[in-house]
Design a binder for this molecule. Structure first.
Ligand code: CU
Length: 167
């Protein structure tokens, strides 16, 4: 045998020994614990590791944006009944961007429904049996009082008030 052949055989032997050693070391590790236990597969092992969520694709971003736009177009109508001196319901909940319609029905006395916000929005002052409607966009989050503006503040003082909650 020439030197080259000897070198080649030496390399093959070293690699074979290294391979046998690593396989036997792995088997020893397996049998070192509970030998009957099922070893997790590579897939399960990988699945159990924490994952970093993938960034949204362009189509997912577009869908999300469209969904948000849909919500801002939500139109909600509330029938609010009023008398001396109350509103029912006296709490209205909407989401920012909702188009809100309030139909005020007067069932006793002379009343209106007035907001200090939303540009001083108010129904007409109406009599028992009449109704009037106001429409606006709840464009800002917060808690907004509405009240009856009849009687120079008297009806309001008598707790003819309510709240609009915009979240
Ligand atoms: Cu009133």
């Amino acid at each position: 045998m020439d030197k080259k052949t000897v070198l080649l055989i030496s390399i093959i032997v070293v690699l074979a020994v290294a391979l046998v050693y690593s396989v036997s070391a792995r088997n020893n590790a397996k049998t070192g614990g509970t030998s009957s236990a099922v070893q997790p597969t590579a897939m399960t092992d990988n699945f159990m590791k924490p994952h970093i969520p993938a960034e949204l694709t362009d189509s997912q971003k577009a869908e999300l944006k469209a969904g948000a736009a849909d919500h801002s177009a939500t139109s909600l109508t509330f029938d609010v009944t009023g008398g001396s001196f109350y509103f029912a319901p006296n709490e209205i909940k909407v989401k920012q961007g909702d188009k809100v319609t309030i139909i005020f029905h007067n069932v006793g006395g002379t009343h209106n429904l007035t907001f200090t916000d939303f540009g001083g929005l108010a129904t007409k002052t109406i009599q028992r049996g009449q109704s009037d409607t106001i429409e606006f966009t709840a464009d800002k989050k917060g808690t907004y009082e509405f009240y009856c503006g009849v009687g120079g503040g008297f009806h309001r003082m008598m707790s003819q008030i309510g709240v609009l909650l915009v979240s």
